[in-house]
Design a protein around this ligand. Structure first.
Ligand SMILES: *[C@@H]1O[C@H](CO)[C@@H](O)[C@H](O)[C@H]1NC(C)=O
Ligand SMILES: *[C@@H]1O[C@H](CO)[C@@H](O)[C@H](O)[C@H]1NC(C)=O
Ligand SMILES: *[C@@H]1O[C@H](CO)[C@@H](O)[C@H](O)[C@H]1NC(C)=O
Length: 410
């Protein structure tokens, strides 16, 4: 049997500083909230599968569920039969809520909207590399371009230049932040689908670098690691989630995205909770609740400077989510090519840098001593916590993560 292989790579990248542009928001379909729900439910499923994997159980997690959903939806354009069914139900598509056509249109309008987000640099898209030995069907290429702004290239996977070409493309698209997306390609590769997301936002309220100090992060009961801790005393949205026994801090990027930081609340007044308890209990509905219930108040908080780089082989994860056929000879990609092709590898890469930079300096406020007991008056992210970056308008989860050790090297 000829092994015609499709590679699926998904890269995600975030840096928390940058410059801003202001453009009008386009109008979007009424059904968009259902797509966001679908994506966010998928985000939690993917997260739960990741943390069930022994390799990642006690590791930092950081990924862009949106970019994974989008890549899979894009792939479904070329899938048929059982493979298509698995892809669609895997990402949570329900035909009584919206049609497949509507799904692609909504991904398209989300992409468009993101491109025009104010206050952040965001570059999201995909590229398809097809072997010059097979002929992808023009209809598939046309749809990829139409819905997902995908670039298509015909390449010789046996040639050394192809690897350089792909890496240069990704490097350019991610402003140099992912410079080695692929380290090797098998010469029998027939197709390679690459999805990338580059995100660079600036805090609405920056941190004063002179307040950043050496501190320690409690990885677990026995281990602490040295970190650079940033500090701010300013007005931000906070929420105490009694159901999760967790504290939630919402830090805005200029007008378009927000980061939610969530840490289990542990002190002598409550039953101790761990990050494990939090991650088992948390769902899309909690994030929806925080979006409306969080209120602004003056808060003194500490967050570590972070630089995370993650890379996930997704084959087993996606198989675990019911999308197994595309990785085997049972794959049906008759919408892409008449030849028999399947995916050999699906990889997701994501990067997060979080530092002091923002659009406006934090108001200099004197912190009075002696807070009365209030779990929200002082917030320290000095033990494992969760991170979400969502778009403010729709609540789409762009990035999803857990920090268990800020200095962990992959
Ligand atoms: C593959 O998908 C196409 C389109 O849905 C379908 O016509 C064909 O029967 C499928 N092939 C197999 C082997 O399932
Ligand atoms: C699809 O959506 C309908 C209407 O909301 C719902 O009744 C049904 O249970 C959903 N199906 C699945 C498989 O989730
Ligand atoms: C966001 O950036 C724009 C353009 O620089 C600026 O005019 C606006 O005040 C900023 N918004 C916030 C909330 O800082």
């Amino acid at each position: 049997m000829k092994s015609n292989i499709v590679y699926l790579w998904i890269c995600a990248f975030a840096v928390i500083h940058g410059h801003q542009e202001t453009l009008p928001q386009p109008s979007i379909s009424d059904k968009l909230p259902s797509l966001i729900k679908m994506n966010n439910d998928f985000a939690f499923q993917l997260y739960k599968k990741l943390v069930e994997t022994p390799d990642y159980q006690f590791k930092n997690i950081f990924f862009s569920p949106f970019s994974v959903s989008m890549a899979l939806s894009e792939l479904s354009l070329g899938a048929g039969g059982e493979t298509e069914k698995q892809l669609l139900s895997g990402i949570g598509h329900n035909s009584s809520v919206f049609s497949i056509e509507e799904m692609h249109q909504m991904f398209h309008s989300l992409l468009e909207e993101m491109e025009q987000s104010t206050g952040v640099d965001i570059d999201i898209g995909s590229a398809l590399y097809v072997s010059d030995k097979i002929k992808p069907l023009p209809e598939f290429l046309k749809k990829m371009k139409e819905f997902y702004y995908s670039d298509g290239f015909t390449v010789d996977f046996g040639a050394k230049e192809t690897l350089d070409k792909i890496n240069t493309y990704v490097k350019e698209k991610t402003h140099g932040k992912i410079d080695q997306a692929v380290d090797h390609l098998e010469s029998n590769t027939f197709m390679f689908l690459l999805t990338y997301i580059y995100f660079q936002g600036k805090w609405d309220t920056s941190f004063d670098p002179s307040k950043t100090h050496e501190s320690r992060f409690n990885v677990d009961a026995e281990t602490t690691v040295p970190i650079q801790m940033m500090h701010q005393y300013a007005s931000h949205k906070v929420y105490y989630d009694a159901e999760l026994t967790s504290k939630v801090l919402c830090l805005d990027y200029n007008d378009s995205f927000s980061m939610f930081l969530v840490v289990p609340h542990n002190d002598i007044f409550v039953e101790p909770k761990t990050i494990k308890d939090l991650e088992m209990a948390i769902s899309r509905q909690h994030i929806e609740k925080w979006r409306t219930a969080a209120r602004k108040r003056l808060v003194s908080f500490y967050v570590p400077k972070l630089s995370l780089k993650t890379s996930y082989p997704l084959n087993d994860i996606l198989k675990g989510l019911g999308m197994a056929d595309m990785f085997t000879e049972k794959a049906n990609f008759t919408g892409i090519s008449e030849e028999m092709i399947f995916i050999s590898k699906a990889v997701h890469k994501a990067t997060l840098d979080m530092d002091e930079k923002g659009t406006t300096a934090a108001a200099v406020t004197r912190v009075s001593s002696g807070f009365s007991y209030n779990p929200m008056s002082s917030l320290r992210f000095d033990s494992p916590f969760m991170i979400f970056i969502i778009d403010q308008k729709n609540g789409n989860i762009l990035f999803f993560g857990k920090v268990v050790n800020p200095v962990e090297k992959l």
